[in-house]
Each structure stands twice: as C-alpha cells, then as structure tokens.
Design a binder for this molecule. Structure first.
Ligand SMILES: [Fe+2]
Length: 191
C-alpha cells in the first residue's frame, strides 16, 4: 500500500517563515513520492531478479534514505507549531538524565552545530529506559537499533536557508525550540 503524504497545519511561527515551511513541505512530499516509487521499482525488478541484481541492491539501500527522510520529517513537523514550553513526564525524564532541560537543549544545540547535514534526534531505548541525543548523517546513517525517536531536529541546510545564513544555524535551532510543540514528543514517550 502506498504511503500517503501527511499535511501539517502549522500556525505562523516567529523565526520559521511560511515560505521556508512551504518549501520544506514540498521537499518532504518528494520523499513520500520516492518511498513509493522505489518500492514499486524494486518489485518490478524482482520479476527478473538475476538480471536486475545490481539495480535491486542499489534501490534496496536507497529505500532507507527515502523512508527515513519521510518519517523524520513527519516527526519534525509534528514537533513544531507549539509555544515552546517543554513540560510533562518526558521533560521530567530528560531533566533526570541531563540534569536540566537547559542542559539537554545545550547538548542538542552543540550537536546541531556539528559540521555536515543530518539530524539531531532524542531517542529512547525502552529496553533499558535510557535516552540520548544522537546525530544521524543524511537520514539513515548511525541510527541506534531498537530506539524510539521522541524529538527530531532537521539540520539539513534546506531546513533554514530561506530564513538564515549557513553561519546562523544556532539562530535556527533557537527558533525551533521557541516553536516546539512538545505535546508531540510527549505522546511518543507515553505511547
Ligand atoms: Fe528537511
């Protein structure tokens, strides 16, 4: 069954322009389209899997890039449009691990300032009930197996270049925190 593009009714946000968000939604739509296209192509090639072995191999690897690009954007967009307040059981748990929400935010920000494109994710390992900020290159490199993603921060340049210069990545991260919809992260934590 094909994946369907989700829509996100975000309010006007200070620091993240409508123009920037609309451009980003279009880019997200491309990932959804490609998830479906790559899967269909793999199925087609599998009709003659011997002749198409190389192409199947490439597309199979490609699928994770497209799929994670789709899903991470959905988590990112769902986490925007709020008033920036970080409260509730997840916030309490983060404060327990990191000492305080401000310390956690500083860790997210430091990771977001790393060179390169990718994502900063707050992930939860339900096996040990521990959480950690991690860096993911592109969309699919260096995920931690079995961990749930609670919060996603897009630090590809396309996420902010209409509003900020490349050297202003920290200002973009501040804007995300100022507009964070923490209820989305809480819902995933409690689920
Ligand atoms: Fe993005």
């Amino acid at each position: 069954m094909p994946y369907i593009e989700q829509s996100f009714n975000l309010p006007e946000m200070t620091g993240l322009s409508t123009k920037q968000m609309e451009a980003h939604f279009k880019l997200y739509a491309g990932y959804v389209k490609n998830v479906n296209a790559v899967a269909a192509k793999i199925d087609e090639y599998k009709k003659d899997s011997e002749a198409n072995a190389a192409a199947i191999s490439e597309l199979t690897r490609r699928y994770a890039f497209e799929w994670n690009g789709m899903r991470l954007h959905e988590i990112y967009f769902a986490g925007l449009g709020g008033d920036g307040s970080i409260i509730g059981p997840l916030a309490d748990a983060i404060a327990g691990y990191y000492g305080s929400i401000d310390t956690w935010k500083a860790d997210v920000k430091a990771m977001a300032m790393m060179r390169g494109i990718g994502w900063v994710l707050l992930v939860l390992d339900r096996t040990t009930n521990t959480m950690r900020n991690i860096w993911v290159s592109d969309h699919e490199v260096s995920h931690l197996a079995g961990c749930d993603i609670l919060f996603a921060l897009d630090v590809w340049e396309h996420a902010y270049l209409l509003d900020y210069m490349p050297a202003q990545r920290a200002d973009y991260v501040n804007a995300v925190f100022a507009n964070v919809n923490w209820a989305a992260a809480e819902t995933r934590f409690i689920a």
